[in-house]
Write a protein that binds this ligand. Structure first.
Ligand SMILES: Cc1ncc(COP(=O)(O)O)c(C=O)c1O
Length: 468
């Protein structure tokens, strides 16, 4: 045990050394060939080795190649640095190693608080039992749409979808692909996922939504659910949630909100944010990812429901060996989703929120949204960049557009810029397509990012163009 205790101290020091070194190192670097061989090609060992040897391996071959999201100049996809409190408690959750399927133990009970706190943070009503932690928003969306399907079809668990008319799901053309994946997985068919056109601010066009619903009804297709976005991955756009819920109620659709990235944005607490998020609290289900803006170490997603009976009706299946006499009336978490053995995610979520407090989290959100506005202003002020969407949350979508270059050249450059910037190691940005053209997007989630980092990002893009 003493050896293990020494190794535990070494592991903690290694983690802290890593966190301290990240901001001073390259944001990202390609994996050296020898290390790639080590990472991917190790033979299965016949004999074991001491843990301290393994820690040295991890330090030299694994920690040396971070994805980049711990760095203040990482602006790719939607990946935050880990919250220090979340990092520190992760080994404790592993030391307990419970299954949070349910039962009477610290892990399962703490999840009740973690989920309720998340609901309170984003202003969502929370009757007891109405939500659970998930691996991420993709799983949250599967659980939400499975619940919608059960509600609308009624006997789907018994008969499947046989004999039912096709069920349509509506999501804006800017909505996340996880809605599509969930619909495919649930047997709804990707063909019946309707991509609702967006307006110039990349928000769901409500008239188009109404037209699509009417056309489906006329064709004998049953509208099932509308999945609105509270923060799209491309631009951070928030669909007009108040209008969407009206349409959903009018036609008896399930109203799901994908707040995976953006739901916490409501904490900006400005008149703009209050207006933009109005209606989110009326959702039948809301997906939000503590492993995004909140910084809980991956994995930590969450799905919240208005009515806890919904997911329980869709998933509860308690085999005889798990039946408990005198069980808690909320039952087990495994009755509310597809996972049986469930990890102790709640400790990382609880510790992150408890460490920052509501005020600290709101400060972090305001920091991200404020910097996004600054970057948008820098882009607008530059004559070689073009802003593509308003900066509503903490994502800025823009394009490199130098004078004198034709559209084809500008398109090729914007496609090549993300990889060229990444290779330089000073900043990390990813690309996307907006309105049919290549675009750049920066997602600002790091509490240590400064305006100087944003100015450096634009310089790095210009320098990368010279490398291309
Ligand atoms: C808006 C949005 N929805 C859903 C997802 C999927 O979330 P996850 O990767 O946690 O499954 C993402 C991921 O980036 C996202 O940005």
């Amino acid at each position: 045990m003493d050896d293990l205790r020494r190794a535990a101290r070494l592991a903690a020091d290694t983690a802290m050394d890593h966190l301290a070194a990240v901001p001073g190192g390259p944001v990202w670097q390609p994996v050296a060939e020898a290390d790639r061989r080590w990472l991917t090609g190790q033979p299965l060992p016949a004999a074991g080795r001491p843990v301290t040897d393994l820690l040295a391996d991890v330090r030299d071959h694994v920690l040396a190649y971070p994805m980049g999201n711990g760095h203040p100049r990482f602006f790719g996809w939607v990946n935050s640095p880990p919250s220090p409190a979340g990092v520190l408690v992760a080994p404790l959750a592993a030391a307990m190693n419970p299954s949070c399927a349910g039962g009477e133990h610290g892990g399962a009970l703490l999840e009740r608080t973690a989920v309720r706190w998340l609901a309170e943070l984003v202003g969502f009503p929370h009757p007891p039992g109405a939500g659970l932690l998930t691996s991420g928003a993709s799983m949250a969306t599967i659980i939400a749409l499975a619940t919608a399907r059960q509600r609308v079809v009624g006997d789907v668990r018994e008969t499947g979808l046989y004999g039912h008319p096709p069920l349509a799901v509506y999501v804006s053309a800017e909505g996340h692909s996880c809605v599509h994946k969930a619909a495919e997985l649930l047997g709804l068919g990707g063909r019946y996922v309707r991509a609702v056109p967006v307006d110039r601010a990349f928000r769901m066009d409500i008239d188009a939504l109404r037209r699509l619903i009417r056309a489906d009804q006329d064709a004998g297709i049953r509208p099932l659910a509308v999945a609105a976005s509270a923060g799209t991955v491309n631009t951070g756009a928030i669909d007009p949630l108040g209008d969407v819920v009206e349409v959903a109620r009018e036609h008896g659709l399930w109203f799901h909100v994908d707040g995976a990235y953006g739901a916490l944005g409501v904490l900006a607490d400005s008149p703009d944010a209050r207006r933009a998020f109005a209606g989110m609290e009326l959702a039948d289900s809301l997906a939000l990812d503590p492993h995004k803006w909140l910084g809980v170490p991956v994995d930590a997603g969450c799905v919240l429901f208005r009515d806890p009976a919904g997911p329980r009706d869709a998933f509860s299946l308690v085999p005889p060996y798990l039946r408990e006499s005198g069980a808690d009336e909320l039952g087990w978490f495994s009755e509310y989703g597809p996972e049986q053995t469930r990890p102790f995610r709640a400790l990382r979520v609880w510790a992150t929120i408890a460490h920052l407090g509501r005020d600290g989290i709101a400060h972090r959100v305001r920091h991200g949204t404020g910097l996004a506005r600054s970057l948008a202003a820098m882009v607008e002020a530059a004559d070689d960049f073009e802003l593509l969407a308003p900066a509503i949350t903490s994502i800025v979508a823009f394009r490199y557009r130098p004078a004198g270059r034709d559209t084809g050249t500008a398109e090729a450059l914007n496609e090549a810029i993300p990889a060229a910037v990444q290779r330089r190691g000073q900043a990390f940005i990813t690309g996307t397509r907006l309105s049919g053209a290549a675009a750049l997007r920066a997602c600002i989630l790091h509490p240590g990012t400064t305006e100087a980092d944003l100015a450096l990002l634009l310089q790095e893009i210009r320098a990368a163009v010279r490398d291309i």
